[in-house]
Design a protein. Structure first.
Length: 472
């Protein structure tokens, strides 16, 4: 068995930093958008292999390296004079460019709204759908109120948010599957990334924008490429990232963000805004529209709210920016959801998340009875009841009682989609009395609304008829 550890040698880290600095300067010179990045440009980056019991260099070379002839190079690279026996626990430096590699694929695991892909070297766009497989060089675009979630070979997920454009620049995995190398180019817009930290070795994941290169090995972070302001914003939620821009490299840790603006030095990392207090939001919603309202966050200029079916937030059904800390929800199917909110500072850096779960359990609206009109009397012993139709209702339930509290119900009937009901002739007519009617609507799932406000109808006796006498 063989495993790769996640720590890189000092020499490898230095080479990695030099490579990213070169990329950043190339983008500043305007060359980044037209280049595809060959491995020779990146230089060698070392991964540390820990020798396991029974390992030998010939076996490792045959299984890990592109060419078995790298066996001797591996000896020299690690200053090994006697290759046998290798002591378990010995650390071997393995240059990234020596490892066997094969193309990796990307899977679309969620799609919302209008999203499209331009296949590599093809000018015609194709609508993206869940389950689509993407490859090297494919370009993704999202429209307003749209997003798409991608899953990479290492289990990393990337949510491309609304009005964004991204190119898949490098998608490679070692032949043994132990190492994954991913580079995407965010031309404009915003992306949220989660790279698994438990994977050994942690995958190499980079997001390249016109202003910076952001690289990680196991973390959760967000990147925005603002094409109007020519600025890239990076925010770290978990772990740490390395951001390289304008010849400067900085490490950004969890809870901090950084802005890289074209023509300006890379700023120092700054703390992200604190989490909003969502404790006052409802856990169950039974009527729509409803408004989510929470206290302002200190330093927040605007806010972002996201709603998803679960806490992973990889399938966004709502993703929008707000001026004030409130959002009115007007439509959402019944079910369980997760809500996430965060503030945004004057730079546009988005702060720490607050998440809550809530249940949508809405019912259809109650109808409004329009006939018979309330507080009117009539001699009609088989009155007809009418109510305003309710949108989405597939049926109605009518109740008639002798009292306002509906303790003496004399009629309880389910009506079809029609919005009226008349007592049938085969039913006993109503004797003189005050009667109360109410109606509930029923949706296609069988869920019943509350009853309408009761209406009173008074059935009075017909007037007495004066019969003529013999004398008359």
């Amino acid at each position: 068995m063989y495993t790769l550890q996640s720590k890189a040698s000092n020499a490898g880290f230095a080479k990695s930093t030099i490579r990213k600095l070169c990329l950043a300067w190339l983008f500043l010179l305007g060359l980044g958008g037209a280049l595809t990045w060959p491995s020779v440009l990146f230089g060698a980056e070392d991964w540390v292999y820990v020798v396991q019991p029974g390992d030998n260099l010939w076996f490792l070379s045959a299984n890990l390296l592109k060419d078995v002839n790298h066996y001797n190079k591996l000896l020299q690279y690690n200053n090994i004079v006697e290759p046998k026996p290798l002591q378990p626990g010995t650390e071997l430096r393995v240059p990234l460019t020596w490892l066997k590699r094969k193309p990796a694929k990307v899977k679309v695991v969620h799609n919302q709204g209008h999203t499209e892909v331009f296949r590599h070297r093809k000018r015609q766009a194709k609508q993206l759908n869940k389950g689509d497989i993407l490859g090297l060089g494919d370009r993704i675009r999202t429209g307003p109120d749209s997003n798409v979630t991608l899953e990479f070979a290492d289990g990393s997920t990337l949510v491309v948010q609304a009005q964004s454009e991204m190119v898949l620049d490098t998608l490679a995995v070692s032949a043994t599957g132990v190492m994954v190398d991913t580079r995407v180019r965010l031309k404009r817009g915003r992306a949220e990334v989660e790279v698994p930290s438990e994977r050994k070795p942690p995958p190499n994941f980079e997001i390249i924008t016109p202003e910076s290169v952001t690289s990680v090995r196991g973390t959760r972070f967000r990147v925005e490429a603002d094409s109007e302001r020519h600025i890239t914003l990076s925010e770290v939620i978990e772990g740490r990232v390395e951001v390289v821009a304008a010849g400067i490299s900085r490490i950004v840790t969890a809870g901090h963000g950084i802005a890289a603006q074209a023509g300006k030095p890379l700023m120092e990392p700054r703390p992200l805004l604190t989490r909003p207090d969502l404790s006052g939001l409802p856990a169950r919603i039974e009527t729509l529209p409803t408004t989510f309202d929470w206290p302002p966050v200190a330093g927040a200029e605007t806010y972002r709210i996201q709603i998803a079916p679960d806490e992973s937030f990889t399938a966004l059904v709502i993703d929008t920016v707000l001026i004030y800390p409130n959002y009115t929800l007007s439509s959402l199917p019944n079910g369980q959801y997760a809500l996430r909110a965060r503030g945004m500072d004057e730079f546009g850096l988005e702060g720490l998340n607050s998440d809550i779960r809530f249940i949508m359990d809405t019912h259809p609206d109650a109808p409004v009875i329009v006939d018979p009109e309330g507080d009117e009397s009539s001699t009609e012993t088989r009155p007809e009841f009418r109510w305003q139709p309710v949108k989405g209702a597939t049926g109605y339930r009518l109740q008639l009682a002798r009292d306002w509290a509906f303790k003496e119900i004399i009629l309880d009937v389910y009506v079809g989609a029609t919005n009226h009901y008349k007592l049938p002739k085969n039913q006993q007519s109503l004797p003189p009395h005050a009667y109360f009617s109410r109606v509930a609507s029923i949706d296609k799932s069988g869920k019943e609304s509350p009853f309408s406000t009761p209406k009173v109808t008074v059935v009075r006796s017909p007037p007495a008829i004066d019969r003529p006498t013999l004398s008359q």
